[in-house]
Design a protein around this ligand. Structure first.
Ligand SMILES: [Zn+2]
Length: 225
């Protein structure tokens, strides 16, 4: 869940469409129609000279009070981060070797958000066990483009829980993850809600075999690495 509140900060809001509401399940689960492909990365001036940083934030980790997330969320996003570490070590497209990974927790200093791409991983939860679906949130077109590429790839890798409407709201601008990424100059940032841990179907996809790898491989594909 993205309904975060940072102690001592200005009023923080999560995305406006509160998925904890019982009627959230009635909102349309839309297909990924109008989405664009991920933009090409800038060309390296000298091959091998540029190191790029992928910042992966584990939502809510490792808070024990305040916005701690939906039960099981911290464990899942930790598993995704671990899968990202493993994936980067695997052979991939030539560009992969120019990328480095920085895994960050929920509460980190601003400079930790700096890099070339930022993703905050989360899961949703609802009192309505029928509420399900993954979704993305972003602040701008660059974030949207990367987020849409992730959604396409997530589906290709077997996510069958559907997607909910994107979060592209005023409140999302206050969401700490993507806001700090923007403040740190990270050019592409989005939040990935990987599905609902309170829905049996989504939970089976998320926590079953390959669930975290599906999330991870979709991210690497979205980045073209
Ligand atoms: Zn969350």
């Amino acid at each position: 869940m993205t309904h975060e509140h940072e102690p001592g900060a200005e009023a923080e809001g999560g995305p406006e469409n509160d998925r904890s509401l019982p009627d959230a399940a009635d909102s349309p689960v839309h297909a990924t129609a109008e989405e664009s492909d991920s933009p090409p990365l800038p060309q390296d001036k000298e091959k091998g000279a540029v190191v790029r940083i992928l910042v992966v934030q584990m939502g809510h980790c490792f808070r024990t009070s305040g916005a701690t997330g939906t039960p099981g969320e911290q464990a899942f996003v930790k598993a995704v981060a671990d899968a990202c570490v493993e994936e980067l070590d695997r052979p991939g497209p030539p560009r992969r070797e120019h990328w480095r990974l920085r895994v960050i927790k929920a509460d980190e200093p601003l400079e930790q958000y700096a890099g070339d791409a930022f993703v905050a991983f989360h899961c949703d939860g609802s009192v309505n066990p029928d509420a399900r679906g993954a979704s993305v949130g972003y602040r701008d077109a660059a974030g949207q483009s990367l987020a849409q590429a992730w959604k396409h790839a997530y589906e290709r890798h077997g996510w069958s829980g559907g997607f909910r409407s994107d979060n592209y709201t005023e409140n999302l601008k206050k969401y700490y993850g993507t806001r700090k990424a923007a403040e740190a100059g990270n050019p592409r940032a989005f939040i990935a809600e990987c599905g609902f841990l309170t829905n049996q179907g989504d939970k089976a996809l998320l926590t079953g075999p390959g669930g975290a790898d599906r999330v991870t491989r979709a991210l690497f594909e979205a980045l073209g690495i």
